[in-house]
Design a protein around this ligand. Sequence first.
Ligand SMILES: [Zn+2]
Ligand SMILES: [Zn+2]
Length: 247
Amino acid sequence: MNLLKNLIDIIYPPRCPICREFLLDDPSGTGDRAMTFCRACLADFQKVTSPLCPVCGMPFVSRVGEDHLCEECLRKRPFFEAACAAYLYDGALMEAIHQFKYGSKSFLADSLGPLLAQFAQTWLTESNEYLTIPVPLHAKRLRERGFNQSLLLARHVSGQLKTELDFLTLRRIRYTSPQTGLGKDERRKNVRRAFEIINPEAVKGRTILLVDDVFTTGNTLNECARALKKSGCNKVFCLVLARAGNF
Ligand SMILES: [Zn+2]
Ligand SMILES: [Zn+2]
């Protein structure tokens, strides 16, 4: 098997899925060059750093000072306890997520998922207490795309953290237009009551780890958290791969 793999590597040398550069070494250290990005692209992934809002995770434009609540969270607390993103939605990572979601490259979950799982381990404590739930896609969107990118990421997270994974209880019941191009209020209305819990017993009293690929306005995660809280779950923490915003 290894021999065959080595042979394939010689005939088709692995390339970075983002920039197509040949991968001469293994920057991830996982021993599988086919599952990683090149050193230059990885170096372009920017971690979200303080000062940020401890609730919604928004990094402040000013790079000095301590973490504090942002204006939005001060005005109205979201239904989730906290949201945290591994990286900024920018540069090479943005390109990778675009290819992953819109370029039908579901295999990129095997490169992006471990990065999110690694981040989750640094952010969360008592990880085995969580019930991991990916943000669901509407059945129609799932048919269009062929896979739910958040579920693919969540599989890696729950695998690494050894948490339970539940992708059936939270359902998206409204087919919504893409959030891009909509104003702030329209975005909020767009996902309003778009989710439902089909079995409240499954989430009752649990601490939920809600997984999504990109945090844009937080409306989607907030609506999921609203539905989960209404069904009696204890706490909701949102784990996202990338955070969009002004930075
Ligand atoms: Zn690259
Ligand atoms: Zn905030």
